[in-house]
Design a protein around this ligand. Structure first.
Ligand code: NAD
Length: 258
């Protein structure tokens, strides 16, 4: 249990990747604060079709101290409260995983301006707000870690006018924060998932999922656990001199030109 007694906040942790991250951190002994806009796990059309147990309950079954806190990452007040509640309950914060994200399909002529603002608000502003409120507490930890969940979409076009630019922003925010807080011994890294089997994929057709499978060099699509184990590593002592990295966890997606 390499994260015993460390306290982690994971945003968007009720479903999908965030749930996978929370469960792997709990398996390694961390106290896990599950932050989300809904406690009930999302059931996807293609993936996670039968998930029902709330994440905090799963973490508790694994022996972790875990609780759910309702928090919309785009809200300044909610993110301040989330960090305050975590500190009141556990005495500090050692690990912040900014994972919450939404995807609204459509190009520049389909998305409304309000939808564009919403995607940037949750996916990019939310990462900034988490960072802003957690850093003063991470400075008091001997093992302060920020892990931001970006995407392979950060590095190319085709991911829509809000989602992909938000993810590119998350990668740059990761670099910037890494430089700013390095003197306090806090590391800041991004994980860039490829196609992961979660309810977020509901908007895709079976044909598009098949194309993603073909486009992924390793012989399967990704699972939330794949991202969870990468986060365990980045949160661990083994990664104490890694900062400012944007780590693809994508089955080889970014390595291939096709
Ligand atoms: P998901 O839709 O399956 O789950 C997202 C979770 O975030 C849900 O529990 C949802 O309720 C919560 N959430 C939504 N808006 C929120 C808000 N404003 N505040 C707090 N919580 C909120 O999505 P996922 O696939 O698990 O994606 C998680 C992260 O990984 C996202 O940032 C996404 O962009 C990124 N990502 C996913 C994939 C993939 O293939 N699934 C690939 C690359 C990156």
């Amino acid at each position: 249990m390499i994260l015993r007694d460390r306290t982690a906040i994971v945003t968007g942790a009720s479903s999908g990747i965030g749930r996978g991250i929370a469960i792997e951190l709990a398996r390694e002994g961390a106290n896990v604060v599950v932050a989300d806009v809904q406690e009930t796990p999302k059931q996807g059309k293609w993936h996670d079709t039968d998930v029902t147990t709330p994440t905090a309950e799963e973490c508790t079954i694994l022996g972790a101290k875990s609780m759910y806190v309702e928090a919309d990452t785009s809200s300044e007040d909610a993110m301040r409260r989330l960090v305050d509640t975590t500190v009141e309950t556990h005495g500090g914060v050692d690990i912040l995983v900014s994972n919450a994200g939404i995807h609204i399909p459509g190009g520049s002529q389909d998305l409304s301006v309000e939808e564009w603002d919403r995607v940037i608000g949750v996916n990019l502003r939310g990462v900034y707000l988490g960072t802003r409120f957690a850093v003063p507490h991470l400075m008091k930890s001997k093992t302060g870690r920020i892990i931001n969940i970006a995407s392979v979409q950060a590095f190319a076009g085709g991911g829509g006018p809000a989602y992909a630019p938000a993810k590119a922003g998350v990668v740059n925010l990761t670099h910037d924060t890494a430089v700013e807080v390095a003197k306090h011994g806090i590391t800041v890294n991004a994980v860039c998932p490829g196609y992961i089997e979660t309810p977020m994929q509901d908007y895709n057709t079976q044909e598009i999922i098949d194309v993603c499978r073909e486009r992924t060099p390793l012989p399967r699509l990704g699972l939330p656990k794949d991202i969870g184990r990468a986060c365990v590593f980045l949160a661990s002592d083994d990664a104490e001199w890694i900062t400012g990295a944007a780590l693809p966890v994508d089955g080889g997606w970014l390595a291939s030109i096709f």
